[in-house]
Every structure is written in structure tokens, then in C-alpha cells.
Design a protein around this ligand. Sequence first.
Ligand code: B1M
Length: 211
Amino acid sequence: DEKMQKVFKLTQDGKNKEIGQAVQEALDAGCDPTAILNDAMIGAMAVVGDNFKKEIIFVPQMLAAARAMKAGVEVLKPYLATGEAGSAGTIILGTVAGDLHDIGKNLVGMMFESAGFEVIDLGVDVPIQTFIDEVNAHKEASIVALSALLTTTMPSLRDTVAALLKQPFRNRIKIMVGGAPISQEFADEIGADAYTEDAASAAEQAKKYAE
Ligand code: B1M
């Protein structure tokens, strides 16, 4: 579809000024919001990642694509997040130390909110101690959700989970992990309670914990 193609291209080319309107046009034309997100925007990011690996593009272009994706998601957000915010519980969310990627984490946060959770988003490059302090500060929190996007920050995810498991609050929280290089096998190995592949299934899992 032409409208979807445009969103794809503007994400890939990092056109953060134009993308909002293109997303709106796709929505107005009846394109499915989830398809716009998955096929057009995340699809474009996969191409961007590929081109980066092949050294066709470099960090600045990757960053521009990320900005465009964020601008596009802002327009999509009301169409994706349908649930009522509030009462399902509180989730502490962040990208682990050493890792600056936040688009996937933000989508996970959005889906949690949409599933009725209060989300405390600690951002990116979050030190282990910050996670511990925030869980202590929020007695109502029942889930800690950790994102890691680099093979080089998988050890950081491992260390964060290990530190959380040692805390007195361990029995009060479930530890959820995810991100492109993470697998069920790795999650099991490091002792996380749950691994999910994408934002929607992360929210499904959190809902199961909240039941
Ligand atoms: Co980076 N980067 N990056 N990058 N970047 C990748 C990840 C890479 C695969 C590109 C590539 O080489 N093909 C590669 C990693 C390779 C590896 O690990 N071996 C890479 C690299 C190498 C780097 C740098 C080292 C580059 C450099 O400086 N030389 C550097 C590292 C910086 C750091 O973190 N310390 C770097 C920097 C950057 C930017 C800052 C420029 C930018 C990020 C901007 C930002 O996030 N604000 C960036 C980007 C944009 C990418 C790619 C192109 C896109 C990432 C993205 O947003 N994808 C990426 C290539 C790719 O992904 N194909 C790449 C879309 C997003 C929706 O997907 O985050 O996977 P994702 O989230 C998914 C799932 O993983 C899951 O749900 C989401 C979908 O619903 N999920 C969870 C995520 N967290 C979850 C948590 C859960 C459950 C599910 O439960 C708690």
C-alpha cells in the first residue's frame, strides 16, 4: 500500500518532520495501526539496522531513523493504547546499564499502560542500584521489566537480574526481560521469571502476573 510505503520510507530516511502527517494519512486511509507499527516502522528499522551493519549508513542516520520512529509512534499512540490506565499494578521499566536503545522499551511501556498498569520508566542506561532503589521506593511495584538491545549488554542484563534476585523484595516482584538479542534460553539461564518476544506479549504476560 502506498501510504504504508511512505511511512516506511520516511522512517528509514529519518524524516521526523514529515512522518507524523504520513502516519495520520495512513490511519485516515484505513490502515491498521498495528500494521503501520510492525510492517512500516519496525520493518524500516530492520532495514536501517541492516544498512548500518553493511556500512551503507552510519550512527547519525540510525539516530535520525530512531527520531522519526518516535515522532511516528506519537501519532499512533492513541490508536494503539486502548486500555484504561491505572489499576492493574505498577511496573518498573528500563533499559539496562550500557545500553541506549529505547524504542522497543517505550513500546513495551506503552502496551503495559494500555493493559492498565502504572509504568515507572527509568529510561536508558539504568544502573543496577537505580533499579534496586526504585523497587524499594515503590512498595506497590510487582514487576520489574528490563530491556537490552545489544549482545554486549546481555552481561549487564544478567548482572541486573542477579542483583535483583538477591534483594529482600525478590518474592514481591516478577522479573521480565526482553530485547532483540534475548532468548527464552538466555532468560532461563540468568534466572528471569519471564521472557517475551515483543511489546504485545510482554503486556499479556504482565496481565497474567496481575491476575
Ligand atoms: Co543501535 N544497534 N547501536 N542504535 N540500533 C542495533 C541494535 C544493531 C542490531 C544494528 C546492527 O548492527 N544491525 C546493533 C547491535 C548488534 C549487536 O548487538 N551485536 C547496534 C549497534 C552496534 C549500536 C552501536 C554499538 C553503534 C555504534 O555506536 N557503533 C550503538 C550502541 C549505543 C549503546 O546503546 N551503548 C548504537 C546506537 C544506536 C542509536 C543511538 C543510534 C539508535 C537508538 C536510538 C534510540 O533507541 N533512541 C540505534 C538504533 C535505532 C538501532 C536499530 C537500527 C533499531 C533499534 C530499534 O529501535 N528497533 C537496531 C537494528 C535493529 O533493531 N534491527 C540497532 C525497533 C524496536 C521496536 O525494536 O528495540 O528490538 P526492539 O524492540 C522490540 C523487541 O526487541 C521487544 O519488543 C519490541 C517490539 O515490540 N522488546 C522487549 C524490547 N525490549 C523488551 C522488553 C521486554 C519484552 C520485549 O520485556 C521487559
